[in-house]
Design a protein around this ligand. Structure first.
Ligand code: PLP
Length: 360
């Protein structure tokens, strides 16, 4: 449809990326992280396309509830656990697994008196300094959880890496060592690697991996794009030209007159703006693909539109298709032009962007 922006989700690419992740993960099981509306790709369609995953990871209770309502039967892990008795009861009803990262969550479990035997993932803070117990407390926390009544169905351990995306082996190795020292003698399954940990240089050796961004076909690293890792972009963010106009040399385009024509120019107006999730920080000159050919932004992204200098391109007219990112224009490149990371751009795709799922 012309004049409307849409995000086309390629479920074949999702499945391809899962198989690449599996090959990389060796014998480890894969928890597909689908929080934040599956990084903007649509929570349920993404989970349905990734049913070969061994589990799903979500950040919020509501996401777990939505997956169950949509018919997902795989294990679902609440990556931040629950915050209150009601949430704990709902998590039990929905058969969700819980991360336990704070003593208040242990107390909740101790006071619940519910009959549910949870799978509990104990989070150890090895240097991220966000969530988790200090390594030195791991043994005591696990002992306390073992005494819950009813006893947990299973206890597992996880930690999160702070610098795996920077290929900074020293920090990652230090985190790994802290984790091993604290937990190496404990008989529990462990999970360490996110996407960067999985594709990074340090062999982490764990029972579960927790990829997010890699499944969506974007790189967690600054120095390469997903294709370099064998991954395929899942989202095509596409729109079309809604007007083409001539602008005389010396005229400006858009708010603030931020772009001034250095010559008589042809400007195409695209139906895509920050109301759709395109960052206003995308610099003038950042490329989009007009009918497969690169053309630079002219001026600032506005709420519903952006202007592109198509002086070099013949045949651009109302209805000509535009690719904002996807195969041919890596979201990593667009993110760099916007001064951010692919995660933020993908998650920012807004409600009014129509999600179209290309089923495998
Ligand atoms: C979001 C998240 C992940 C996935 O991270 P990626 O960098 O997208 O692979 C893994 N583990 C936890 C705890 C997370 O919150």
């Amino acid at each position: 449809m012309s004049g409307s922006i849409r995000a086309v989700i390629d479920t074949n690419a999702l499945q391809h990326n899962l198989s690449v992740v599996r090959a990389r993960a060796g014998s480890a099981r894969v928890m597909a992280v689908v929080k934040a509306n599956a990084y903007g790709h649509g929570l349920l369609p993404t989970a349905l396309a990734l049913q070969a995953a061994d589990a799903f990871g979500v950040a919020r209770l509501e996401e777990g509830v939505a997956l169950r309502a949509g018919g997902i039967t795989q294990p679902i892990v609440l990556l931040e656990g629950v915050f209150g008795a009601e949430q704990l009861e709902e998590a039990a009803r929905q058969r969700l697994q819980l991360v336990v990262h704070d003593v208040s969550q242990i107390e909740l479990l101790e006071c619940s008196g519910g009959a549910q035997r949870f799978v509990l993932w104990v989070k150890i803070d090895t240097g991220m300094n966000r969530l988790g117990f200090p390594p030195g407390e791991s043994a005591a926390v696990l002992e306390r959880l073992r005494r819950l009544s009813p006893a947990p169905r299973e206890l597992r351990l996880l930690t999160h890496l702070s610098c795996a995306n920077e290929r900074d082996d020293a920090v990652t190795r230090a985190q790994l060592q802290r984790f091993r020292e604290a937990t190496g003698s404990l008989p529990y399954a462990v999970s360490i690697a996110n996407s960067a940990g999985l594709f990074g240089a340090v062999a982490l050796g764990c029972d579960w991996v927790r990829p997010g961004i890699a499944l969506y076909g974007a790189s967690p690293f600054d120095d390469c794009i997903a294709a370099d890792l064998g991954l395929e972009p899942v989202m095509r963010l596409e729109s079309s030209v809604i007007a083409v106009r001539r602008v005389a040399r010396g005229e400006s385009v858009g708010y603030g007159g931020a772009w001034v024509a250095k010559r008589d120019s042809a400007i195409a107006v695209i139906a895509a703006g920050y109301g759709d999730g395109l960052h206003r920080s995308l610099g003038g000159g950042a490329p989009v693909l007009i009918d497969g050919r690169r053309a630079p932004l002219a001026g600032r992204v506005s709420m519903d539109m952006m202007a592109v200098d198509v002086s070099e391109l013949a045949g651009v007219r109302v209805g000509t298709p535009v690719l904002l990112w996807g195969p041919g224009l890596a979201v990593e490149e667009v993110a760099r032009n916007a001064g951010t990371i692919p995660y933020e751009l993908l998650c920012a795709v807004s409600q009014r962007v129509r999600l179209v799922v290309n089923r495998a």
